[in-house]
Design a protein around this ligand. Structure first.
Ligand code: FES
Length: 88
């Protein structure tokens, strides 16, 4: 569906449709900090270094979403076919 480059880890992973970024991170043994997994608590906040985010959470305010510099990785996604870069 889309790709995530984890800049601090130096790896890029494919995120299939219907699978969350956090699930793929766990699958690959990456440390993930989550709580609700529904986009409401803000625990999984990640800084976005590059790319456009399709925000699906209810935690960030509209103006924060518009800035495209952070995301909730438990529910939000990249645009299909694109690569986003995270400070993780
Ligand atoms: Fe709660 Fe992602 S874990 S917003």
């Amino acid at each position: 569906d889309f790709y995530v480059k984890f800049v601090r880890q130096g790896i890029t992973l494919a995120i299939p449709k219907e699978v969350s970024i956090t699930d793929i991170m766990r699958e690959h043994g990456l440390k993930v900090n989550t709580s609700c997994e529904y986009g409401i608590c803000g625990t999984c906040y990640a800084e976005v270094l590059k790319g456009e985010i399709l925000h699906k959470d209810t935690y960030l305010m509209d103006d924060e979403k518009a800035k495209q510099d952070c995301m909730m990785i438990c529910v939000s996604r990249g645009i299909p076919g694109s690569t986003i870069e995270l400070d993780l």
